[in-house]
Design a protein around this ligand. Sequence first.
Ligand SMILES: [Zn+2]
Length: 299
Amino acid sequence: MAFCMYDSGIYEFDNLKKLSGYCKIIPNSVYLLNNKQINPRGIVAMKKALIKLTSTAVALTVFLSFLPGCSSSSQQKESAKDSSTVESSLVTKTASNVYKRAETVATAVEAKQLLVEGNKRFVEAAFAIKDESETKRKELATKGQKPFAVIVSCSDSRVPPELVFDQALGDIFIIRDAGNVVDPVALGSVEYGVEHLHAPLIVVLGHEKCGAVKATVDGGEVTENIGAIINKIKPAFLKVKDSGAAKEDLYKNCEDENIKNTMDEIKKSPVVKKLMEEGKVSVVGAKYHIESGEVTFDY
Ligand SMILES: [Zn+2]
């Protein structure tokens, strides 16, 4: 019998022969499969050959290994060692290598550091092993959530914050809509995240090739509700539209200005403003780069 971690789940190989075409299977071992190194057809076949397990006991015996060519246990340990080089003192690994961050992240600097490190893991496809067990869910239900960052991001399916920052249950408090803009409902959510959940950092996460920004720049007929999104992005467009920049640069510049505008709107919230004055909260802007997977904090 062998197990593997894939797509945030733990699976039992029910057909070792079927899987042997993808990697060398060592019985009674656990593998972490790096989906960036398996071609799409391989993933489909892999999923069909796996049965998902829910046992936390299995999760606690996980070793690291990467496809292609699932390696020996000594190589697995070497992989774990390599990935640990991107971890900070805020992150500890249990004997089983399960990711565990400091329960209380008090400062924006520490919170940003966790996000930067998580994004590095994402870019390198060296994902941390996360505890998504029933025990963890019960712990979060009992103790409550203590997310260390509030993230305002676009709804774009290519920009999921938990993946991009390689975070787990209870780690980040996210508000998403097309165009990463804020209205009273979104601002109320941001305020809840910092005032009641005490997250020290607010991140406005824009991204390349944003469809909402493109729709604003391109113009044209839209529905009333999509028009409400575009009206939010329009001030950013007005700042860049007469720059003489080529269309592609215009999209990029509008994305950048839109991030800054959303940051400014958040900073005007009386709740956020007060917490910023007290040094308890910071607002930063970031941009996700679609192809590289990298998040840059330049705003
Ligand atoms: Zn977008």
